[in-house]
Ligand binder design. Structure first.
Ligand SMILES: C[S@@+](CC[C@H](N)C(=O)[O-])C[C@H]1O[C@@H](n2cnc3c(N)ncnc32)[C@H](O)[C@@H]1O
Length: 314
């Protein structure tokens, strides 16, 4: 099967709007973005490495937005719809840059290979390696745990800094066979990591169907029998209490989760938060304090913050 790609050269100001429009209105199969700022930041993040922007092939002027569709869709019609959307967004005062919309086709197999080409084993730590389902990997130490993953459409390949901060948190506090609840499990990566690091049992929750499917598949891929998956909004339909609650979700959603923590956490329990932009840490800290919690460890990678939290009276 071939896929139709709509490529839009535009401005980062319309990224969210294009994402929502592509997924919710046009029902695309997937989207991808390349931002000039990501390449610029790559230099900043690696401290001393100077990234020579001139040498990067097809460097976007600002944002290159790609949306993938089934080839049976009418490409001229889609191009027109995106052009109309961009004009509408410009009318709201957003910058739309070059606003160049083009269409092309790729083979579905190419799409899979392209994706697989960029996703390789992550030798994460002494105790954890994350290995794509299709790759072979030999750990340097016999007791390094391997997480086999095929993220499918869900978030959580292990390469994102927020996932890595949450994994570091788990390695730090999961030192006994305790129970874990992974809120917003995505691909299931944190639930699987908890299990292989020695959790006695794990509950993985997510609000999205894609995530529930991907998490179940990855749990089977790793032959783990002590993880249950439940579709729910945060902890809404969760009855039990846990020794550890881990959540890598955006700060706005963590703010809704904070008031639910107390009734789902065992005494001496700990919470790991990740997904917090450094600009939002004060909001989170205030909400934690108001709800009787304190931060006992704060970790940072780039702009992302990860936290280990416990009750104030622990
Ligand atoms: C940033 S991803 C994290 C995935 C994975 N845990 C990781 O660390 O890589 C956030 C996940 O939270 C889920 N999510 C967002 N809002 C949620 C909510 N209100 N309740 C449950 N899950 C939610 C999303 O569907 C997504 O899978």
């Amino acid at each position: 099967m071939k896929l139709l790609i709509i490529k839009i050269e535009t401005s980062h100001e319309v990224e969210d709007a294009l994402n929502i429009y592509s997924h919710d209105v046009l029902k695309c199969l997937g989207t991808e973005t390349r931002k000039r700022s990501d390449f610029e930041q790559a230099g900043w993040e690696s401290d001393s490495t100077i990234v020579k922007l001139d040498e990067i092939k097809d460097l976007p002027e600002d944002l290159e937005f790609l949306a993938y569709f089934d080839m049976v869709q009418d490409q001229a019609e889609l191009v027109k719809k995106y052009q109309k959307k961009l004009s509408e967004l410009e009318g709201y005062g957003l910058k739309i840059g070059q606003a160049k919309v083009t269409a092309s086709y790729i083979k579905d197999e190419d799409w899979n290979t392209v994706w697989q080409k960029f996703y390789h084993p992550i030798d994460f730590s002494r105790h954890l390696a994350i290995v794509p389902e299709w790759e072979e990997y030999q750990p340097a130490f016999k007791d390094q745990n391997i997480i086999k993953l095929d993220p499918g459409l869900a978030f959580g390949t292990g390469s994102h800094k927020t996932t890595q901060l949450a994994l570091l948190g788990l390695e730090q506090i999961l030192v006994k066979p305790e129970t874990v609840c992974d809120v917003g499990t995505g691909s299931g990566i944190l639930a699987i990591a908890s299990s292989v690091l020695g959790a006695s049992s794990v509950l993985a929750t997510d609000i999205s169907d894609e995530a529930i499917t991907a998490a179940n598949e990855n749990i089977s891929l790793n032959n783990l029998t002590n993880i249950k998956v439940q579709k729910t909004n945060l902890l809404n339909q969760v009855k039990s209490k846990y020794d550890i609650i881990v959540a890598n979700i955006l700060a706005e959603i963590l703010l809704d989760l904070i008031p639910e923590l107390n009734e789902h956490l065992n005494s001496n329990g700990k919470v790991i938060f990740s997904g917090i932009d450094c600009d939002q840490i004060e909001k989170i800290r205030t909400a934690l304090t108001t709800n009787g919690f304190q931060i006992i460890l704060s970790m940072q990678q780039g702009r992302w913050i990860g936290l280990i939290i416990e009750r104030k009276d622990n």
